[in-house]
Design a protein. Sequence first.
Length: 425
Amino acid sequence: MKILFICDELSYRGTPRYLLNCARIAKGAGMEARVWALEKGGPVEGELAQNGIPVAVEFSNISEIECFRPDIVHIHRCGAVSRRDTLILRAFKEKYGSRIIETSVFGLADLTWHSPIDVHAHISRWDLWRWRRYLRPFHQAGIYLPNCVDTEAIRPTPSDFRMRHGIPDDSILLGRIGKTDWKELSRAVVPAMEKAGNVFFATVDDYSDDCHATEAWPDTIKPRVIRIPVLKGSDELSAFYSACDATLNFSPIGESFGFVVAESMSCGTPCIAHSTPRSDNAQIEVASIACGGYPVRDAAAAEKTILDIAATPPTAERKVLCRRSIVERYSLSRHSSSLLKAYSVLVGSGRTKSDIERRYREAGFETCIPEQEIRNLFRSVMGGKPSLLDHIFMFLIHSLPNALRIQRNFLRRPLSDTAKKLQLR
């Protein structure tokens, strides 16, 4: 079987790293795998090459891509309509009969009737539930196919991080990495650090919307704030996560999965995850209380959680629970069989939505998530379940009219000359 993986770029963010894992799984199963980055390359390009997986970036090796004639095109993208993506995917389908599976990174909906995508794979249960709950009856075939973490590479690791930065062994270290709502995070961390003198805060500069936000924090706590440069590779990431007592996830748009949340938990470090029902909210799924995490409703609940941790650090049992919850749900070994099965089911299924979903259900895939499961997640958030206003905004933001508005905005974007040239000739 030939599989072509497509994404926009190959930086060290979650989406390209997930694509890397998928390509490695396919190649390891004896399939022919290639990768096409439509906009630019990046560090993951080198890792793909090390694994013997050919890579094309924009127009490089485009003739080889055309001659590849894939059985399956696996595209990783935000999920919303894209004229560029539609033109490319339709060309593969019409010329070579390729089947199309989309990893819907943000769970957005392509509501055009002519979408060439056969099945939308959602990387969290929250996304699939939201997609089904608010977009009926316009969605196409959808399944739950979670993101995966290389838990053998991202693991508890002895670290000299504290020693290098002068952090006492008996102190509490909070870590932050990824997109951040600094205003909300500051409301939690600053008062907690002012009340607890044993709390230190380490922030990674990369991927931050405002990596200088800590400069406005009170001078009394600045000596306990450590800013570190970009972390490269699984060893540096593992050492950072392992050095922390807990990590903080305050994403301004929530998480449709939460790669940094899962990586932290994979290292046995619980995550204080801010619940954001008005946007993406998968972080409370990945770092639920049952899995050893600390899902919190707001900054006040996060502050209280930090102070509780300062008084009583996470136990060894809790750290083991965090690690086990990720290994059992999202490890490569757990994910490999599901991914390969997803490919084989798609190749053997018919062309209609009903037939595709029936085949996936028969193969053991979930095509919808029970309402009660999501309600239980909401109830288990520390600081209280979502307010009535949260529920109203959740409905308005995730509803079909808003999805149509998002789609209209995407369709209004001009199709650039580069995008036109990216169509298969």
